[in-house]
Design a protein around this ligand. Structure first.
Ligand SMILES: Nc1ncnc2c1ncn2[C@@H]1O[C@H](COP(=O)(O)OP(=O)(O)OP(=O)(O)O)[C@@H](O)[C@H]1O
Ligand SMILES: [Mg+2]
Length: 215
């Protein structure tokens, strides 16, 4: 508003605007400025890894059916606190899709948290766990990228399930992995919250997930 005010007031004076109209325009500028600042802050907080968006996404290169991609892009599933699990081989665009969705969510004013399993485990290891989980679940969308890339242990399993459990039916979570969930016996954590069907979908989990024993 501070930036727009001199010009708006000068125009208002020269064109004899109704004072109510001047206030309406100045308030609109103020709201626009605040929304932009919030988005900038959310983008900085999310620490997205590479800046990928849907601008560079090629729909036809993805094996995810186009109608599913379109449904995901609406972000309506986030308002329903549904989850997205993407299990596809390496290099097939899982992280790109997750980041593009994250950027779109930020554009629409949502708060996003981006983790790998390693960074999530480190975050929960550094702070009081309950506090860290509460802070993470203030995000509208939580992304845990590349599960299964590296072998993980009990601490990672616990961090994963703490967050999944806390987010259950309250927040949306995107999990990406190059492992099919049925490979979970070889890698821990691997018992994904939603059962796999098409490999890319949104769902409510049918019951609160329980952490598996790893190690
Ligand atoms: N449908 C697509 N449209 C545009 N670029 C794509 C698409 N699929 C993959 N790419 C590009 O291919 C590269 C690899 O994609 P990405 O890193 O997202 O794969 P990934 O499935 O997450 O792999 P990994 O399992 O190794 O993490 C990236 O540069 C990404 O931008
Ligand atoms: Mg990836």
């Amino acid at each position: 508003m501070r930036r727009a005010a001199p010009e708006v007031l000068a125009t208002a004076r020269s064109q004899r605007w109704d004072p109510a109209e001047v206030i309406r325009i100045l308030l609109e500028e103020e709201i626009k400025g605040r929304d932009e600042a919030t988005r900038r802050n959310h983008r900085w907080l999310a620490q997205l890894p590479s800046g990928k968006t849907f601008d560079s996404w090629r729909e036809t290169d993805s094996s995810i059916p186009a109608p599913t991609q379109h449904a995901l892009m609406t972000l309506e599933w986030i308002s329903r606190a549904e989850n997205l699990a993407v299990d596809r081989p390496s290099g097939t665009g899982k992280s790109h899709l997750a980041e593009a969705l994250a950027n779109k969510a930020i554009d629409e004013g949502m708060k996003v948290c981006w983790f790998t399993l390693e960074s999530l485990t480190a975050r929960l290891g550094r702070a009081t766990v309950a506090k860290a989980v509460a802070k993470i679940t203030r995000c509208d969308l939580i992304i845990i990228d590349d599960i299964g890339m590296l072998p993980s242990g009990q601490a990672a399993a616990e961090a994963f399930y703490r967050v999944i459990d806390a987010a259950y039916e309250r927040r949306s979570v995107i999990v990406t992995s190059n492992l099919h969930p049925s490979a979970s016996t070889r890698s821990c954590p691997g018992h994904w919250p939603p059962p796999p069907s098409t490999g890319s979908f949104t769902t409510r989990t049918s019951s609160s997930p329980k952490a598996p024993a790893c190690g």
